[in-house]
Design a protein around this ligand. Structure first.
Ligand SMILES: Nc1nc2c(ncn2[C@@H]2O[C@H](COP(=O)(O)OP(=O)(O)OP(=O)(O)O)[C@@H](O)[C@H]2O)c(=O)[nH]1
Ligand SMILES: [Mg+2]
Length: 212
């Protein structure tokens, strides 16, 4: 964001330089991580780059498991960042080749988590910049609006797109997001591969963490 100060960028860098520990991999409401601190969840279509972004943010290449094959993250994965914030890597939606009953179970759990988690400060909704907002994304956007959960869009894989095309999708995405009551007004643009937008996103997230 243009308005970020050096101090805010530094606060983000410091937080994410802190220790990051795996807490839990949950497959049911009964084994979610305890609500001990502020949380940020990463949601989006399968293969959009959620796990890669968690790794880029924390500077740890293999913290969250990533994959060429969509549907890699099948549980809600909780990480404790410096005892100030939980990062939650969610299973993606729109993944067609898993058994239908499995998909239904993950989506149900993910939806329940998103609407019923008091510690959740913001849902980062990842959108592949080459695809733009899709049907599954719109369902989540509506769900979050209805539940008054604050959410923000991140356009991922910016390294895959030329500047002019990226500017166009940025504009379209901003216009659509602006129609939603619970949407954060700024759209983030990232590349986990090249590190683009990562420092800015760290700063944004650090502002939502518990105080030291
Ligand atoms: N070029 C490029 N590729 C990326 C980027 N981020 C992720 N990818 C690739 O996209 C694929 C999927 O990444 P993941 O991070 O596993 O995606 P995910 O959203 O966690 O997927 P699920 O766990 O299935 O929901 C992998 O092959 C990554 O290497 C990026 O910024 N640029
Ligand atoms: Mg994943």
């Amino acid at each position: 964001m243009d308005s970020l100060t050096e101090a805010e960028i530094e606060a983000g860098r410091l937080l994410f330089a802190g220790e990051c520990q795996f807490i839990a991999a949950s497959n049911s409401l009964s084994n979610l991580a305890p609500m001990e601190r502020a949380e940020i969840a990463f949601a989006g279509r399968s293969n959009v780059g959620k796990s890669s972004l968690v790794n880029a943010l924390t500077g740890r290449k293999t913290l969250a498991r990533t994959s060429q094959t969509p549907g890699r993250t099948r549980q809600l994965i909780f990480f404790n960042l410096a005892d100030r914030l939980n990062l939650v890597d969610l299973p993606g939606y729109g993944y067609a080749s898993a058994p239908k009953t499995d998909i239904e179970a993950w989506s149900k759990l993910t939806r329940k988590f998103l609407v019923g988690r008091q510690t959740l400060q913001r849902v980062m909704l990842l959108i592949d910049c080459r695809r733009g907002i899709g049907k599954g994304d719109r369902l989540i956007m509506d769900l979050l609006d209805e539940s008054a959960v604050s959410w923000a869009i991140i356009l991922t894989k910016a390294d895959k797109m030329k500047p002019a095309a990226l500017a166009k999708i940025y504009q379209e995405t901003s216009e659509e997001a602006a129609k939603h009551v619970a949407a954060f007004p700024h759209i983030f643009v990232t590349s986990s591969q090249e590190g683009r937008g990562v420092a800015e996103l760290r700063a944004h997230i650090a502002a939502l963490a518990d105080p030291r």
